[in-house]
Ligand binder design. Structure first.
Ligand SMILES: Nc1ncnc2c1ncn2[C@@H]1O[C@H](COP(=O)(O)OP(=O)(O)OP(=O)(O)O)[C@@H](O)[C@H]1O
Ligand SMILES: [Mg+2]
Length: 310
């Protein structure tokens, strides 16, 4: 991995008056709309991916956006794509609005930072999940079967145990409903042995490179999800890579004290927990103080990741 310079986040991106909940780019043709990002057609070979400032917690989108979140997460993903050896080739062309197709230029000011021009790929419908720590659904499964997605693990592990080496636990990518965990054999049946093998090797290489980098900078990269597609026949990293939305990050110092705290969403979760909300949509609005503290966490994440080892 190449060395990096700390990423500067422009103050106007953090201004609550500029927070973006709903993405609308008048004049542009929508390709698809996700819960947090929207993808626009940008000519025959490209898409423009635009990230909102929306945040999800407990599987619900919160009504209160976090100013700067979309830009910070896009910058984190771009940072990893540009710096990890195993990220080559990837889909990112540019995040400079001056280089976007003309239809987007009138919107350059608010697209700044949050939008990425990418190569169109023929998507491979598998979520390439890598887990370097046992937690979440993996921990639940381990308690039942001492394995995760068919991968047997040693006895005596606990929530948060480091897995060495990291394990590859693919899932199908479902357009509706929930993604389903599948075995590696099932993945082979879906995409073929060569592609399955290549995706597993590449995903683990990406994860291990990023895990080591993050650890030296005070962050634990617990697990993550990659997506790949083919561009001109070549396996290409697409979507977002290693952003806090596609990955679980913990604070290293807290981890070493035995606490597994979501680096970005902990304030939100703590506040929701004490609010009495039953996790059924709609979620309640967040108070300004929780918004401010959460914004600080996103800034802290990008500063640590793009900064020097500590
Ligand atoms: N270069 C690319 N070529 C083709 N499709 C891409 C590319 N990059 C990302 N995508 C797809 O674009 C979509 C990005 O949208 P987004 O992640 O917001 O929504 P989603 O994955 O459908 O739903 P969710 O809100 O659950 O994440 C994904 O379906 C992703 O697979
Ligand atoms: Mg997605």
């Amino acid at each position: 991995m190449n060395s990096a310079a700390p990423i500067h986040v422009a103050p106007e991106l953090l201004d609550p008056r500029h927070a973006v909940g709903e993405i609308e780019v008048p004049g542009a043709e929508l390709f698809r709309r996700g819960k947090v990002r929207s993808v626009y057609e940008a000519g025959e070979d490209h898409y423009l991916i635009v990230a909102s400032d929306r945040l999800s917690a407990y599987d619900s989108i919160l009504p209160t956006p976090i100013p700067g979140k979309g830009a910070i997460l896009s910058l984190i993903s771009a940072f990893w794509m540009k710096s990890l050896r195993a990220a080559q080739p990837h889909h990112l062309v540019t995040d400079d609005p001056a280089a976007f197709p003309p239809v987007f230029r009138p919107h350059a000011a608010w697209l700044q930072g949050r939008a990425q021009l990418v190569r169109k790929a023929e998507r491979i419908d598998i979520e390439c999940v890598v887990r370097g720590y046992l937690t979440g659904s993996g921990w639940k499964e381990y308690q039942r079967s001492q394995s995760v997605c068919g991968i047997a693990l040693p006895a005596g592990l606990h929530d948060g145990s480091r897995l060495e080496p990291a394990i590859f636990t693919p899932a199908t990518k479902e357009d509706t409903g929930h993604d389903e965990n599948i075995s590696f054999e099932r993945m082979v049946a879906i995409v073929g042995a060569d592609t399955a093998e290549a995706l597993r090797t590449r995903s683990i290489a990406l994860y291990e490179e990023a895990r080591a980098w993050a650890w030296e900078r005070g962050l634990v990269l617990a697990d993550t999800k990659f997506e790949f597609g083919r561009v001109d026949g070549e396996l290409t990293l697409i979507d977002e890579a290693l952003s806090p939305d596609s990955s679980r990050y913990w604070d290293r110092a807290e981890y070493e004290q035995g606490r597994l705290l979501s680096f970005d969403k902990q304030y939100v979760r703590d506040w929701l927990d004490q609010s009495g909300w039953d996790h059924e949509p709609p979620a309640p609005s967040l108070p300004a103080e929780v918004v401010a503290k959460t914004q600080e966490r996103y800034l802290e994440a990008i500063q640590r990741l793009s900064g020097a080892p500590r």
